[in-house]
Design a binder for this molecule. Structure first.
Ligand SMILES: NC(=O)c1ccc[n+]([C@@H]2O[C@H](COP(=O)([O-])OP(=O)(O)OC[C@H]3O[C@@H](n4cnc5c(N)ncnc54)[C@H](OP(=O)(O)O)[C@@H]3O)[C@@H](O)[C@H]2O)c1
Length: 247
């Protein structure tokens, strides 16, 4: 399923009065998504592992004149259960609910055949890309339950639907993400839960995966925001358990 960016025009105030958390909000697609959601009226809870990057996004949102965001610094590689609960508690006391969550943070690991894939890297990628999303989702479900129109969006990939040589743990983690999304969507009839596949997009991760590629030939994060807005706003009511392509 995909949304034709040319035919979907999000209302300027699509996300007015919504509180939306974005993980990996300091860079790449997450940074653009956070800024775009704020432009459409959302108050954004910025989550990431590098304070300086989150502060730059915070400043950009403020200088755009948008609702004041919040910042939470958290490294999914090292966070423990209590950190997730502390995060949920602090969002609860600051905003009282979450209307949307974009699980976007992720790491690539390395590109190599399974035969030679480093076990330590495999465990790191599965933990950051999949386990952390499960633990965070469990901690924030009570906040989503307090929303009138909750929406949860996971980030997948083409290699999360069809395995491809040398994508190792990244591919396996994205298959897991699709499975987590489908399971949760089937359990939660009170909330929509979907996956988004950005497709090839000009970011540091893409450059690391394809160092020989000309980044100028790729869509930018700003080019693919229509599908993100669609899933975050009320226009996607009734859509759940789906995996949407941005391109
Ligand atoms: N770009 C593409 O072509 C493409 C295609 C398909 C799917 N995707 C998916 O889209 C999502 C965004 O990717 P991107 O291309 O924007 O990548 P990116 O530019 O590398 O950004 C990834 C973000 O995740 C954060 N992050 C990484 N590890 C983290 C950790 N341990 N704890 C907390 N935050 C962490 C990074 O924080 P720092 O900046 O502080 O490191 C960064 O903000 C990912 O889930 C990726 O798999 C991307």
């Amino acid at each position: 399923m995909s949304i034709d960016p040319g035919s979907y025009t999000p209302a300027p105030d699509l996300l007015k009065d919504r509180v939306i958390m974005v993980t990996g909000a300091g860079d790449g697609i997450g940074a653009t998504a956070a800024r775009t959601f704020a432009k459409h009226g959302a108050t954004v809870a910025l989550l990431g592992r590098t304070r300086q990057k989150l502060e730059a996004v915070y400043d950009a949102i403020e200088s755009d004149g948008r609702p004041k965001p919040s910042i939470a610094v958290m490294d999914f590689a090292t966070a423990v259960a209590g950190d997730y609960q502390d995060l949920a508690d602090s969002i609860d006391s600051e905003f009282g609910r979450l209307d949307g969550v974009l699980h976007n943070a992720g790491i690539l690991g390395h590109r190599s055949p399974i035969e030679h894939y480093e076990v330590a890297t495999w465990l790191d990628v599965m933990h950051v890309n999949l386990n952390a999303q499960f633990i965070l989702t469990q901690a924030i479900l009570p906040l989503l339950k307090k929303s009138d129109d909750p929406t949860l969006v996971f980030t997948s990939s083409g290699v999360g639907r069809s395995g491809r040589a040398y994508w190792g743990a990244y591919a396996a983690s994205k298959f897991g993400t699709e499975g987590l999304m489908q399971t949760l969507a089937d359990e939660c009839d009170w909330m929509r839960v979907n996956c988004i596949n950005p497709g090839a997009t000009r970011t540091a991760m893409r450059q690391a995966a394809y160092p020989e590629e000309d980044p100028a030939a790729l869509k930018t994060p700003a080019d693919i925001m229509a599908t993100y807005l669609y899933l975050m706003g009320a226009d996607s009511r009734g859509i759940t358990g789906q995996s949407l392509n941005c391109q």
